[in-house]
Design a protein around this ligand. Structure first.
Ligand code: DGL
Length: 260
C-alpha cells in the first residue's frame, strides 16, 4: 500500500537526471528522494530503442516494487521516448513524469525563433521528438543537433576545459551564422555544461532546459493523487548507481551540491 511518506524515485542513464533532481528538491524540500543512475549501462542515447526500453522498464519496475517509490521521474529524454508510454500502462496508479526537449519556451521567447536542439541521437530519431517538432515547425526553424559523446564528459565529472570546449564548438559554431536565437538542452546531462555552452554561443542566444517544468508537473501529479507530503519533514536524498565503480556515488553527490 503506497504511503505519503514513501520516497519519489528519479531515474536516468547516469548522472544527468541530477539536474532535474535539484529542481525537484528545491520545489519539494520535505519529500524523500531516491536517485538511481544506470551508469553501468550508459550511454543510452547511442543504444537501440529496444535496449533502452528494456533497461528503463527493469529499473523503474524495481524502484516501484522493491524501493516502494510512490512516484517516478524518468529524468532522461532518451528513456522517456523509449519507455514512458509503456510504464504508464504498467503502473496506472503511480504518478509518473518524463522529460522532453523544452522547445515550447524557446519558440515563445522571441519573434523569429531559430533553435538548436542538442540531444542524444536516439531522442532526435524517435517519433516522440518528431511529433514535438511538428507542433512548432511553422513558427520556428528547428535544427536538431545529435551530440553523441557529450554525456560522457559529465559522467566523468569533466565540466570545463579545452577538450569539452572543442567538442561544443564543433557542435554549435557551424550554426552561428544562421542567426540562432535559442539552444534547447534536450538531454538532462547537458545543464551541467550549460555555462560552457552559453560562453560558446554568446550573449544573444538564450539556453533552455525543461528541468523546472518537469519538477512542477511531478508536484501537480502528486497533489492530484493525494500523495504529496504536507508535514515539515526534512527530505533526504539517497543515491544509488548500477556501476561497480563506487566513485559514481561521490560524483553524484558532488554534482548534486554544485550550482548549475
Ligand atoms: N541523460 C540522458 C537524456 O536526457 C541521456 C544520456 C545518455 O545516456 O545517452 O537523454
Amino acid at each position: 500500500m503506497t504511503q505519503v511518506a514513501d520516497p519519489i524515485a528519479v531515474f536516468d542513464s547516469g548522472m544527468g537526471g541530477i539536474s532535474v533532481l535539484k529542481e525537484m528538491v528545491g520545489l519539494m524540500p520535505n519529500e524523500d528522494f531516491i536517485y538511481y543512475g544506470d551508469s553501468k549501462h550508459a550511454p543510452y542515447g547511442t543504444k537501440t530503442l529496444e535496449e533502452v526500453r528494456k533497461l528503463t522498464i527493469e529499473h523503474i519496475s524495481d524502484l516501484i516494487e522493491h524501493n516502494h517509490a510512490k512516484a517516478i521521474a524518468v529524468a532522461c529524454n532518451t528513456a522517456t521516448s523509449a519507455a514512458v508510454r509503456i510504464l504508464r500502462e504498467m503502473y496506472p496508479a503511480v504518478p509518473l513524469v518524463g522529460v522532453e526537449p523544452a522547445i515550447k519556451p524557446a519558440v515563445m521567447a522571441c519573434e523569429n525563433p531559430k533553435i538548436l536542439v542538442m540531444a542524444t541521437p536516439m531522442t532526435l530519431h524517435e517519433d516522440k521528438f518528431h511529433q514535438l517538432e511538428a507542433l512548432y515547425i511553422n513558427q520556428a526553424d528547428i535544427y536538431p543537433v545529435p551530440c553523441p559523446g557529450l554525456m560522457e564528459f559529465v559522467e566523468q565529472g569533466i565540466l570545463d576545459g579545452d577538450q569539452l570546449d572543442n567538442f561544443l564548438k564543433g557542435k554549435i559554431e557551424p550554426y552561428l551564422d544562421k542567426g540562432i536565437t535559442g539552444i534547447v538542452l534536450g538531454c538532462t546531462h547537458y545543464p551541467f555544461v550549460r555555462k560552457r555552452i552559453e560562453a560558446i554561443a554568446g550573449p544573444s542566444i538564450e539556453v533552455f532546459d525543461g528541468s523546472l517544468g518537469t519538477a512542477r508537473e511531478l508536484l501537480r501529479r502528486l497533489t492530484v493523487a493525494g500523495l504529496n507530503r504536507k508535514d515539515d519533514h526534512k527530505g533526504q536524498v539517497t543515491f544509488l548507481n548500477s556501476s561497480e565503480d563506487l566513485s559514481k556515488i561521490q560524483l553524484a553527490r558532488n554534482l548534486f551540491e554544485r550550482e548549475i
